[in-house]
Design a protein around this ligand. Structure first.
Ligand SMILES: [Fe+2]
Ligand SMILES: [Fe+2]
Length: 246
């Protein structure tokens, strides 16, 4: 059994408000009897991609589990690399593979520097294809990125979702060991499918983007922060629980 917590869109800006909401989530995870196999943070970790925002994130991510991080449109690749991954400050796509005892997490960079829209570059898709081929089919694989590759019926986000998604679908179709796609960016707990796979969106810690017919602000700062737990059993059946904390 593999159990992961999935958190997204902290938008840390050193404000009291963002800090408080992030602490609500991270303290909950830190105090769990556990164990968890990993905590995935699917982007927009810093609000401005600033070094002091990543320094705060690093403190918040001191948890008794591996913490997997990938960039969102508010992050900056170079500062993200130096602040969170002890890497060199270069601006190339930030793609990573992380293994837990029971699963593989392929973390793809869907950001376009200077844009809020998402795209998996040709380079990243070739890397994803090659990585999945090299992994083989022994362990289940989660493919993770920031931008959802489908409309979620929230126009504010749908305008800046991940485009060029048919190229991703073609790659995924060659690798049946992929069990689910995990993303953020939409600031809402949502579940759908893409390329025949579950596409699970983590809620935003910083804020929520409600549906248009709910009559709430386009970006709602009142609704409580939340996270997802993904539980994968030995038969590779995935169950997701969403937990609101407030
Ligand atoms: Fe965000
Ligand atoms: Fe985003």
């Amino acid at each position: 059994m593999t159990v992961i917590a999935h958190v997204s869109d902290l938008h840390l800006d050193l404000s009291e408000r963002a800090t408080r909401r992030a602490l609500t989530i991270m303290n909950y995870l830190r105090d769990l009897p556990g164990p968890l196999d990993a905590v995935l943070v699917s982007g927009d970790i810093a609000d401005h991609g600033a070094a002091d925002e990543y320094a705060q994130a690093r403190e918040l991510f001191e948890l008794p589990y591996p913490v997997l991080v990938l960039p969102g449109n508010h992050d900056r690749r170079a500062a993200f690399r130096t602040g969170l991954l002890d890497g060199k400050p270069d601006d190339e796509e930030l793609n990573q593979v992380v293994r837990t005892p029971g699963a593989v997490f392929v973390l793809c960079d869907s950001t376009i520097p200077g844009s809020d829209e998402g795209l998996l570059s040709d380079h990243t898709l070739r890397w994803l294809d090659g990585t999945l081929t090299a992994e083989g089919g022994e362990l289940p694989v989660f493919v993770c990125f920031h931008h959802p590759p489908v409309d979620l019926h929230t126009p504010h986000v749908d305008r800046v979702r991940q485009f060029g998604e048919e190229r991703l679908a073609a790659v995924l179709g060659r690798h049946p060991q992929v069990v689910a796609l995990l993303c953020g960016h939409a600031h809402v707990a949502a579940a759908t499918t893409f390329a025949g796979l579950p596409l699970l969106v983590a809620p935003g810690v910083a804020s929520t983007v409600p549906l248009p017919f709910e009559g709430r602000p386009v970006v709602d700062h009142v609704l409580a922060p939340a996270l997802a737990f993904h539980v994968l059993d030995e038969q590779w059946r995935l169950v997701t629980h969403y937990r609101t904390l407030g």
